[in-house]
Design a protein around this ligand. Structure first.
Ligand SMILES: Nc1ncnc2c1ncn2[C@@H]1O[C@H](COP(=O)(O)OP(=O)(O)OP(=O)(O)O)[C@@H](O)[C@H]1O
Length: 342
């Protein structure tokens, strides 16, 4: 659906050249919600603005749905942009226009006749849950409602792709979740491809199927969200995962575990995907002569299933513990014995 090859953007400023996007390659499938995460200055905003050519690249190519965006003339670009909706952190609404007229704006520009326009606007208002607020002005709306207007406006011309630039960063956590739910709903209903730029791992965890981690203009890590959560490779990715999960080793210090549990063993169980729903702990205590005690843990939900870590203290015969470990290894749960506990 979207193919990005060797994409670069260098800004020439008075003092220096800044490489905001550095030889970036990426492929995004039709219908997926693709997240791009990175700290401030990583190049995310520049990257997303290159996708609809709000910025022109210094090098490389972008192909969206078979059309090479990077080589389009101005006129053709205007048409191509109707296929690429965009929403912004600060909504970018027209303050002197009502909700209805904000949403109608891109339809006016596209030359859609008045009657068709009105019908389409009502459809969109229904879709984003703003029925009854058609005549309100942006200043009369909450942040979440403003973003709903932004989403409706971005969808007006039936785009194939929706670009979201920090779309929930100005919202409180509850409103963030309701907007993310709306985006998932739209993705499923319309089969829309969504690209999310964010610095919040919560956003990635909650709605994205795949994620790319950006640092210094480059993609340093990429993959399915669940896999990236489970096996983060780069230091920057680990930091983002800790944003959501905390670092279990740090939160429940291993030294403390060693001090408290001088007998038995402490197991660290990694749950991935479906297995998290199995009642593994109660199964273990039923099947083996063991006393099990959950010490600490955190399980979180991603679009492709749950994932998390549990620390469990196990008291019992050496052989029974070994049998239990073998049993766990036959499931999709990964097990590890915390060293130095006698
Ligand atoms: N118009 C510009 N002129 C010069 N430098 C720019 C311009 N736009 C961005 N940059 C520089 O490019 C780099 C990447 O910026 P960009 O805004 O894309 O990063 P970001 O990851 O989106 O961060 P933020 O979330 O803070 O916007 C930064 O060093 C920034 O200063």
């Amino acid at each position: 659906m979207i193919s990005i090859k060797d994409l670069s953007k260098v800004f020439h400023t008075k003092d220096q050249d800044v490489t905001a996007v550095d030889h970036l390659d990426l492929n995004i499938e039709a219908g997926e919600i693709y997240g791009v995460i990175g700290y401030s200055g990583a190049g995310k905003s520049t990257f997303i603005r290159l996708l609809n050519r709000l910025e022109n690249p210094t090098g490389g190519s972008i192909t969206i749905d078979g059309q090479e965006i990077t080589s389009l003339s101005k006129n053709k670009l205007r048409l191509a942009r109707q296929e690429i909706g965009m929403i912004f952190q600060h909504f970018n609404l027209l303050w002197s226009r009502t909700v209805r007229d904000n949403i109608a704006f891109p339809l006016e520009i596209a030359g859609v006749p008045k009657e068709k326009r009105q019908a389409r606007v009502m459809e969109l208002i229904e879709l984003v849950g703003l029925k009854g607020r058609e005549n309100a002005y942006p200043s009369q709306l909450s942040g979440g409602q403003k973003q709903r207007v932004g989403i409706a406006r971005a969808l007006a011309n039936n785009p194939k792709v929706l670009l979201c630039d920090e779309a929930t960063s100005a919202l409180d956590p509850e409103t963030t979740d309701s907007i993310l739910d709306l985006l998932v709903d739209i993705n499923e209903k319309l089969g829309l491809t969504i690209i999310m730029i964010t610095h919040e791992m919560h956003v990635i965890r909650k709605i994205c199927h795949r994620v790319a981690v950006m640092e210094n203009g480059k993609v340093v890590e990429e993959g399915e969200v669940l896999n990236v959560f489970l096996h983060p490779e780069q230091a920057v990715t680990k930091k983002f995962v800790d944003q959501v999960m905390g670092d279990p080793d740090q939160e429940y210090s291993l030294a403390l575990i060693h001090e408290r549990y001088r007998s038995g063993k402490v197991l660290r169980l990694h749950f991935v995907g479906e297995s998290t729903n199995q009642a593994l702990i109660s199964e273990l205590s039923r099947k083996f002569k063991l006393d099990l005690n959950i010490l600490h843990g955190k399980i979180t939900q991603t679009q492709k299933g749950a994932y998390g870590t549990l620390f469990v203290h196990v008291e019992g015969d050496h052989d029974e513990i070994e049998k239990a470990k073998t049993y766990i290894k036959q499931t999709s749960v990964e097990v590890e014995v915390i060293p130095n506990v006698q």
